[in-house]
Design a protein around this ligand. Structure first.
Ligand code: SF4
Length: 254
């Protein structure tokens, strides 16, 4: 049976390699973050342009961070070792760990990420939750990739992800300051697919984790970081219309 110390050692080994390595990946990076991979699935050209012409975070991005902070405000801070111990403990109901940092190696490349919510029981990852704040209440492919990479990563670290489910929740921006997010009293937390009140609106879908598909997606993403291909621009005009880099991009459809 795996113990918390083993998972912690494995995690720390990967993180040490991140800090000590020379950075042989694209843009001199020494690790690939899961959020960057999700951005690749939005538009890889935008990832490239964001590196060449970095821009300050938009108001929408800052609002999204505020929404995440609101949800975790009531959570108790615990050490990483404590998190892993709790995750491995036998219990009647699963335990939720917020903002869990994860790291593993794929083809000898460190992959790192921060999981919004992971629910564990005795080493089993029962559910991974990915939250978004957007006035567009849709579930994009990049959301699936991001959530499933968290499921994959937890498995690679030593947890059991055989029957893991993942959930994507999208809240309108009006929900960001709502006190019902902090204490989870909003009806969307009662396993319904959508909820609307006078203030905001949200959706929630739950899916089965598909390990084989996400491994293929990860391989595709890694090829870019290893310089095996040029950045691929999106073919979706709506994305270009709201892109911060459209004025600089030769491939803009807007
Ligand atoms: S303008 Fe369109 S193709 Fe160019 S970086 Fe932005 S989203 Fe990608």
């Amino acid at each position: 049976m795996i113990i918390a110390g083993e998972i912690l050692d494995k995690y720390q080994e990967v993180m040490n390699r991140v800090f000590e390595s020379k950075g042989t990946l694209r843009f001199g990076r020494n690790a690939i973050s899961i959020s960057s991979i999700a951005q690749q699935y939005y538009c890889e050209k935008a990832v490239e342009l964001n590196h060449a012409h970095p821009l300050p975070p938009t108001k929408k991005m800052l609002q999204g961070e505020k929404g995440h902070e609101n949800i975790i405000r009531a959570a108790e801070p615990v050490s990483k070792e404590e998190c892993f111990k709790e995750a491995l403990t036998a219990r009647e109901k699963p335990v939720c760990i917020y903002e869990l940092g994860i790291a593993w190696e794929h083809k000898e490349i460190p992959v790192i990420g921060l999981v919004d919510e992971a629910w564990f029981r005795e080493g089993d990852v029962e559910m991974v939750v990915e939250r978004k704040f957007s006035n567009n209440l849709k579930v994009y492919s990049s959301y699936h990739v991001q959530a499933q990479l968290y499921c994959l990563g937890l498995g690679e670290m030593g947890f059991n992800n055989t029957d893991t489910l993942y959930r994507i929740m999208v809240f309108k921006r009006a929900c960001i300051d709502c006190p019902k997010l902090e204490d989870r009293s909003c009806d969307i937390f009662t396993n319904i697919r959508s909820y609307q009140c006078n203030n905001g609106e949200s959706i929630m879908y739950t899916y089965e984790f598909e390990k084989q598909n996400i491994q293929k997606d990860l391989n595709w993403a890694v090829d870019f970081w290893q310089g095996k291909r040029d950045a691929i621009p999106t073919k979706i005009k709506a994305k270009c219309k709201v892109c911060q880099h459209k004025g600089l991009c030769d491939f803009s459809l807007a």
